[in-house]
Design a protein around this ligand. Structure first.
Ligand SMILES: CC(C)(COP(=O)(O)OP(=O)(O)OC[C@H]1O[C@@H](n2cnc3c(N)ncnc32)[C@H](O)[C@@H]1OP(=O)(O)O)[C@@H](O)C(=O)NCCC(=O)NCCS
Length: 161
C-alpha cells in the first residue's frame, strides 16, 4: 500500500519528540555529529530553529496522524538548503521516508526561492541513500571539504515549462 504520511510544521511542543529521535542510537550513528545532544543544548537549538527564517522543520505524521519522524531543512545560502530526515525505528521500511522526502522537498521549493537541496549521507547508510535516490536526488562528485565517508546528493528545482 502506498505511504499515507502527512506533514505539518513543527511546533514548540515537538521539542522532546525531535530530541528523542535525534538521540536514538541508529539516528546518531547515521548523523555526521554522533554525540548525544543534552537537553539544554537541544532546547536552545530548537527555539532558535523555530524562530529562524533559515530553518524549516516538518513533522511526519503516520496513517493514524501521530508523529513518526521529521524532515529538517537548513538554508546554507541564498540558493542552497541542506536536508536531513529521521523516522522512528518501527516506522521505517514502509516507504514513509521516501514519501516524506518527496513531499517536504516540494514544499521547500515552494516556500524558499532556492535552486537546490543538498543531503550529506554516510556511505554506509544505504537505506538513506536509496530513499534520496528514489525521490529525485542524484549523487554529485564529492566536494573538497566533505569527509571521505560522506556522500553528497542533491535535488535541483524543476524548471517551469
Ligand atoms: C533514512 C530513512 C528516513 C528512510 O526511510 P524509510 O521509510 O526507512 O525508507 P523507505 O521505506 O522509503 O525506503 C526507501 C528505499 O530504501 C531501501 N530500503 C528500505 N529499507 C531498507 C533496509 N532495511 N535495508 C536496505 N535498504 C532498504 C529500498 O530500496 C527502498 O526503496 P523501495 O521501497 O522502492 O525498495 C529511515 O530509514 C531513517 O530514519 N533512518 C535513520 C536516520 C537516517 O539514517 N537518516 C538519514 C540521514 S540524512
Amino acid at each position: 500500500m502506498a505511504s499515507q504520511i502527512q506533514l505539518r510544521a513543527a511546533r514548540e511542543r515537538d521539542m522532546e519528540l525531535l530530541r528523542d529521535l535525534r538521540n536514538e542510537p541508529s539516528v546518531r550513528k547515521a548523523s555526521l555529529q554522533t554525540a548525544v545532544i543534552p537537553q539544554a543544548e537541544h532546547q536552545r537549538w530548537y527555539q532558535k530553529a523555530l524562530a529562524s527564517p533559515k530553518t524549516a522543520i516538518y513533522i511526519v505524521l503516520g496513517s493514524n496522524k501521530s508523529p513518526i519522524g521529521f524532515v529538517r531543512f537548513q538554508r546554507e545560502s541564498r540558493w542552497i538548503s541542506d536536508v536531513s530526515i529521521a523516522l522512528s525505528k518501527n516506522s521505517r521500511g514502509h516507504g514513509h521516508g521516501s514519501a516524506a522526502l518527496k513531499r517536504a522537498t516540494s514544499k521547500i521549493f515552494r516556500r524558499w526561492p532556492i535552486k537546490k537541496v543538498v543531503a550529506r549521507i554516510k556511505n554506509s547508510n544505504s537505506t538513506s541513500v536509496a530513499a534520496f535516490l528514489k525521490t529525485g536526488f542524484h549523487l554529485v562528485p564529492r566536494p573538497k571539504e566533505t569527509k571521505k565517508n560522506v556522500l553528497t546528493l542533491e535535488k535541483l528545482r524543476e524548471k517551469r515549462r
